[in-house]
Design a protein around this ligand. Structure first.
Ligand code: SF4
Length: 385
């Protein structure tokens, strides 16, 4: 064992919170096996061998975006080759198809469209709610929420954000995804994500959502121009925000952290290598160890691959996302972006790794299914808190 990890191992085994220095030591260490074992210990305390997946569908309503983030290969400007925007009817139709196919969730995000009015978004939610009432709608990153506050002239301040979220919730929004967080550092933001909201606004959106009783997720995009210190700082801010939600007794809080590897292909940062498999495993494990108040750590197989996600189950991960149909945001090695994994393959991968697959809905209730028909049941109390 890397001798520097010994005091950290003592803390983990005693259930004590790790410091920022501990986080940095873990990220600097090459002893990936010990880090994995420690994360696995915490993962088993929370969830035993349970491993969650869901049947969902991603809908990217438009790739037209007012911004041009350097790391992004998704956005287009109006009139560009490949630029598109779906009508409300198109989105509702796709959601209905997903529901008919047995999906429990639609995950809806898009670019910051300069001209679509706020009604487009509420009509979309209401349309889906009316046509497929059982489907959970997880939609709009914090970046989109601030954009909606601005285009509806409510401003990007706390009051504007809260009022937008309240209207979206009223129209059918069920929870927020965790995208748009990137790395909470102003230097990195100004260099790679110029114009995109900074950490304070991203956190304001999630805190307002928690107050309104909405569950949310959090991401961290790593392996580009950020430092290891930036990654640890990101974990600290997330942990602090979750502490606040818990202490204030909000009905909403963060459910899951999703560490996302930066994929350089076709972006303005194409000259970078992007993270390696070992970096992926270490980030997943350190997320589990640092975020002691987050219930779940997800490997997003579409970016990390199903093979690495399988291994990651031994590195603190308890969730492998879903069957993910039509995911347009990220390409892996230039491959088709329309990716899908059958439930059988997903379950097989989990079982082969030595874990127990459990289908969940968005709120981590267990799903009992008869073909495309399903119902959610509350799980027996699991794990640590
Ligand atoms: S990352 Fe999001 S905000 Fe930035 S250019 Fe891409 S779609 Fe637009």
């Amino acid at each position: 064992m890397d001798a520097e990890l010994a005091p950290i191992a003592d803390k983990v085994l005693a259930g004590q919170r790790l410091s920022a220095d501990d986080g940095l030591t873990l990220l600097r260490s090459r002893d990936v096996w010990t880090i994995g074992e420690l994360a696995d210990h915490v993962r088993r305390k929370w969830h035993g061998t349970a491993t969650y997946y869901n049947i969902n569908r991603h809908i990217n309503y438009s790739n037209i975006c007012a911004l041009s983030c350097k790391f992004c290969a998704f956005y287009r400007k109006k009139g560009d080759d490949g630029a598109y925007e779906y009508s409300v009817d198109d989105v509702v139709k796709q959601a209905c198809e997903a529901a008919e196919g047995g999906a429990t969730e639609v995950h809806i995000v898009g670019g910051l469209h300069p001209w679509l009015p706020f009604d487009y978004y509420t009509d979309m939610l209401r349309g889906i709610r009316a046509a497929a009432p059982q489907l959970h709608i997880k939609a709009f990153t914090a970046v989109e929420i601030v954009h909606l506050a601005r285009i509806s002239k409510r401003g990007g301040n706390a009051a504007g954000i809260r009022s937008i979220l309240a209207d979206l919730k009223d129209a059918g929004l069920g929870s927020l995804p965790g995208g748009g967080a990137e790395v909470f550092d102003d230097r990195v933001h100004d260099e790679a994500f110029k114009g995109k909201i900074r950490s304070d606004q991203w956190l304001d959106v999630h805190k307002a959502a928690h107050e309104l009783g909405l569950m949310t997720n959090a991401t961290i995009l790593y392996g580009h121009i950020e430092s290891l210190e930036d990654r640890v700082h990101h974990f600290e801010l997330l942990r602090q925000a979750q502490d606040e939600a818990i202490e204030r007794g909000h009905a909403g809080r963060f459910q899951t952290v999703i560490p996302l590897p930066f994929i350089p292909d076709d972006s303005e940062l194409e000259h970078l290598y992007g993270p390696t498999g070992l970096d992926d495993l270490k980030m997943l494990a350190v997320s589990r160890l640092m975020l002691d108040n987050f219930a779940h750590v997800k490997a997003f197989w579409i970016m990390q691959t199903i093979e690495l996600s399988q291994t990651a189950l031994h590195f603190g991960v308890d969730d492998v996302d879903g069957t993910v149909v039509w995911y347009d945001i990220t390409k892996v090695g230039g491959a088709s972006t329309h990716q899908e994994l059958g439930v059988k393959e997903l379950r097989h991968a989990i079982v082969e790794a030595g874990f127990d697959p459990i289908e969940r809905d968005t709120l981590y209730r267990h799903v009992e299914r008869d073909g495309a028909q399903w119902r959610a049941v509350e799980p027996a109390a699991v794990g640590a808190t």
